[in-house]
Design a protein around this ligand. Structure first.
Ligand code: ATP
Ligand code: MG
Length: 452
């Protein structure tokens, strides 16, 4: 992408309304724009990151055996009356009437709708287990929308719903999601710690919130330090291995970890003092087994092998991709701006032309841009007529992991400078060496990757 053809409305001033780093940087880097309280437009750079986050979520959901679909944002109130939640949900729910005066709502979550879909088609144990997920915008009229994408009113959610014959099956479904979540957050560079969460009237211990430690987090959390170094399962694992999944979950729940709502002072005090972590955290995911809470009132029943018919056992599993974009920035930024982990970076490489209009410099930039793009690398070519200082500030602010600084001085020796956004690594290399470093294998040129 050539910056001259992109839409990147950078703000030089620090926006006054932003209290935390991620909100400030999202606005300054031209990633989002507030349209109403807690309601944001994703500008092109923001959308690129959101898409990367969603892609990782999808890959790990699919790997664990969940199946993607898409439910609408607008729902009929009828379903919510069946489950009994229409009145309970209160003012967080945005209620709408259509032209026929029918009660509708903008979905804050989808348990009712997925249960309705399930009961319409699935009748037998032979069709289980099943886990259906979607990525869809939600609306919750939060009392205090704040911190930008962190607590919005309209926000994106990945929500998955599992269906099993009995508790044992549901437990395995829960464990699979638990493991998928560990991998999902780790792939974004985050250390997310599963913490025991409240299960409300259902009881049991099958609810965990996945929390990232951050000073600006809204939750107060307590955990054992060893969680910060615990190894995350490799990609090759077998999600159908019931004992294997259970063993991973057992390991990841063996040490103390709880938010303030479930905090147990005595249990925490039993941990050696040096291992106690008491911090603030951001909830990025929440998984929950709720049994027959919706299937019983909504009559989603399945036939068991013995011929009996019983309500199906369900769980739901949420992740907030839009909140994650902000959470990743909270975890990865410095004084100059965002420092994206490579898997979620909007572009992998920025080519910075230090003397726009100089024939040799322009030519070197063009060929680096073309060659990297042809190898499938996502490149932003800073081709605007600006001073080098302003260009450095922009590419640092938007956090592109690799910068290639191209100017007449280096080119005299046939070299350009390769700089890593994180850390101090800087190397003078020939363009061929840069290509070799950043994209060693040249895949067949894809149309989508060709420069425009
Ligand atoms: P919170 O306690 O932060 O309000 P929640 O328990 O209401 O979260 P869930 O209903 O479990 O959240 O939703 C699943 C995920 O959706 C959360 O883990 C979070 O990542 C995301 N999420 C929830 N509310 C918001 C919001 N207002 N803005 C952005 N993301 C949100
Ligand atoms: Mg909430």
């Amino acid at each position: 992408m050539r910056l001259s053809r992109f839409f990147l409305p950078i703000l030089r001033e620090t926006p006054k309304e932003a209290d935390i780093a991620s909100h400030r940087l999202l606005l300054r880097a031209g990633m989002i724009r507030q349209e109403a309280a807690g309601i944001y437009a994703f500008l092109p750079l923001g959308l690129k990151v959101l898409d990367k986050v969603c892609r990782i979520i999808r890959e790990e959901q699919d790997r664990s055996g969940a199946v993607e679909m898409l439910m609408p944002t607008v729902q009929s109130a009828e379903l919510w009356k069946e489950s009994g939640r229409y009145d309970d949900y209160g003012k967080e729910m945005l209620r709408i009437r259509d032209r026929h005066d029918r009660e509708m709502l903008y979905g804050p979550t989808n348990e009712e709708m997925i249960t309705e879909i399930f009961r319409a088609y699935v009748r037998s144990y032979k069709d289980l287990p099943l886990n259906l997920y979607h990525l869809q915008w939600k609306f919750r009229d939060e009392v205090r929308p704040r911190f930008g994408l962190m607590r919005g009113r309209e926000f994106l959610m990945k929500d998955a719903y599992s269906f099993d014959l009995d508790y044992e099956g549901a437990r395995h479904a829960y464990n699979k999601m638990f493991v998928a979540y560990l991998r999902t957050f780790a792939r974004m560079g985050l250390k997310a710690i599963p913490m025991v969460a409240d299960t409300g009237p259902i009881g049991g211990n099958l609810s965990h919130e996945f929390i990232i430690l951050a000073q600006t987090g809204e939750s107060e959390v307590f955990c054992h330090r060893d969680y910060l170094a615990m190894p995350v399962p490799e990609a090759g694992l077998d999600f159908d291995d019931v004992a294997g999944m259970q063993a991973i979950v057992d390991q990841w729940t063996s040490l103390y970890a709880a938010t303030s709502e479930k905090h147990d002072e005595a249990a925490f005090a039993a941990i050696p003092e040096a291992d106690r972590v008491s911090a603030r955290g951001i909830e990025v995911g929440h998984i929950f087994y709720f049994g027959t809470k919706y299937s019983a009132p909504m009559k989603a029943v399945v036939a068991h092998p013995d011929g009996s018919e019983k309500p199906v056992h369900m769980g739901s599993y949420g992740i907030g991709p839009s909140r994650l974009v902000a959470a990743i920035i909270e975890a990865f930024h410095d004084d100059a701006g965002i420092v994206w982990p490579e898997p979620v970076a909007p572009f992998s490489v920025a080519v910075v032309n230090l003397k726009q209009g100089d024939a040799a410099t322009d030519a070197a930039c063009e060929s680096l841009y073309r060659d990297l793009s042809a190898r499938g690398v996502e490149v932003l070519y800073h081709d605007l007529d600006e001073r080098p200082g302003a260009k450095f500030a922009t590419v640092d602010l938007i956090g592109v992991p690799w910068q290639i600084l191209v100017g007449p001085r280096g080119l005299k020796e046939g070299k350009v400078e390769l700089k890593r956004r994180s850390g101090d690594q800087r190397d003078m290399l020939t363009p061929a060496e840069v290509l070799e470093r950043l994209a060693p294998q040249a895949p067949a040129a894809r149309d989508a990757a060709l420069p425009v």
